[in-house]
Design a protein around this ligand. Structure first.
Ligand SMILES: NC(=O)c1ccc[n+]([C@@H]2O[C@H](COP(=O)([O-])OP(=O)(O)OC[C@H]3O[C@@H](n4cnc5c(N)ncnc54)[C@H](O)[C@@H]3O)[C@@H](O)[C@H]2O)c1
Length: 371
């Protein structure tokens, strides 16, 4: 069993990676928590595949799981859902010594994490991520949040999980499209902070990349990603400086998601497109050599991110960019690659360069989507 410990200001936040760890959930908790009531939050898909395994494992170790199965999808990541979960937990008698277990993708992790961070001023959170994106990104590092109608992840906090249990076996049932979206966040670490990691992905052809799902090497890739994210988070837990590089691709991504009302793209797909746009922007600004940029673009295009929907306009993307919550004052911030394995923060690039890269994307015909 692999263990990676994140030394954060809140706790040691250990991340365990092991095929089959899901059925050891109870045992993994018993090392630190005496048996207690558990709010087990999940969504319908995840519950169908993995709910009973997780619940049974908790019962075997004398925990008392109370299961909340939500619809799932971005639309449930709201204060209203959190409110319902608070009520459910109160009615079941959960107190400050109880636990929250988030079983599912980033939506469940962010929402259940937000509930754990606020219920009775905070009770321990255990993340059990079941999507690739959640395993390599959202479950690690302590960002928890719900959406507001005026913006994504607007209401939230930094709340480190007491445990993260990653079972790569759960990815077997993850649809290809979701897996591919998660690969974007995985590859991101190579582009922004580890050239060798990038080269490992580059060596896999398009075909092999998507087949990683059933490949033994996946465990190593997951561990490396957790290590890289952990390194950044421990140095800058509250995103005051260095952690911003993890937002590579996210300025454009959030704009694309907002401009399409969060219904067209998967988050990881928008991030892939955002990384493509940011790399093109870096090329226009002569921040990166064309050869390196070309290699980054080639690898990202293997993820086959979606073409723009027919009704997406330059105006709507620019409006969404202006509303970005990570703006500093009136200035837009982009994370741009300067070589393979390194990225920097770049403030206020010329508008004509930003519009040019958006235009490059908007001119892709809808039928360009493969598969
Ligand atoms: N907190 C952070 O640091 C952070 C970082 C990145 C993204 N996020 C957030 O994460 C969310 C996206 O997460 P996501 O991509 O995991 O989406 P998601 O949670 O919506 O999960 C995607 C889909 O996969 C299903 N699913 C989950 N596990 C499965 C499995 N093993 N087999 C089959 N189906 C399964 C879910 O039911 C859902 O339909 C967004 O809300 C985003 O804002 C947070």
């Amino acid at each position: 069993m692999l263990k990676i410990e994140l030394a954060t200001t809140q706790n040691k936040s250990p991340v365990y990676l092991h095929p089959g760890i899901l059925k050891l959930t109870g045992q993994m908790l018993k090392r630190s928590f005496t048996p207690c009531p558990v709010l087990l939050v999940t969504d319908k898909n995840t519950w169908r595949y993995y709910g009973e395994i997780c619940k049974r494992s908790l019962l075997e170790e004398n925990y008392l799981p109370f299961v909340a199965v939500l619809e799932g999808g971005e639309k449930v990541k709201t204060l209203q859902s959190a409110y319902k979960l608070y009520g459910f937990a109160l009615r079941k008698g959960l107190d400050r010594k109880s636990l929250v277990v988030a079983l599912g993708g980033g939506v469940i992790g962010d929402l259940a994490g937000f509930v754990a961070s606020t219920y009775m001023r905070g009770i321990p959170l255990v993340q059990v991520p079941t999507t690739l994106l959640a395993m390599v990104d959202s479950s690690v590092g302590g960002k928890v949040a719900v959406n507001h109608p005026l913006g994504k992840n607007i209401i939230g906090s930094f709340y480190q999980p007491a445990r993260v249990l990653i079972d790569p076996g759960t990815l077997k049932t993850l649809p290809h499209r979701e897996f591919s979206a998660g690969l974007a966040e995985l590859i991101k670490y190579g582009i922004i902070m580890d050239r060798n990691f990038f080269l490992q992905f580059e060596r896999l052809s398009n075909n092999k990349l998507i087949k990683l799902k059933n490949d033994q090497r996946l465990l190593k890739f997951l561990a490396k990603a957790v290590l890289l994210k952990g390194k950044v988070v421990t140095l800058d837990e509250k995103e005051e400086g260095l952690r911003k590089i993890l937002n590579f691709g996210h300025t454009f991504a959030h704009a694309l998601e907002a401009a399409t009302s969060y219904t067209y793209y998967l988050h990881g797909e928008a991030v892939a497109l955002g990384m493509i746009a940011a790399t093109r922007l870096a090329t226009r600004l002569k921040m990166i050599e064309e050869e390196a940029a070309g290699r980054i673009l080639t690898l990202l295009s293997c993820l086959n991110p979606p073409p723009p929907p027919p009704d997406l306009t330059m105006g709507s993307v620019l409006d969404a960019l202006q509303a970005d919550k990570k703006k500093e004052g009136k200035e837009l911030i982009f994370i741009l690659p300067i070589t393979i394995g390194r990225a920097v923060t770049y403030m206020a690039p010329p508008v004509e360069d930003v519009t040019a890269v958006i235009n490059e994307y908007l001119s892709i015909p809808l039928k360009a989507r493969k598969g």
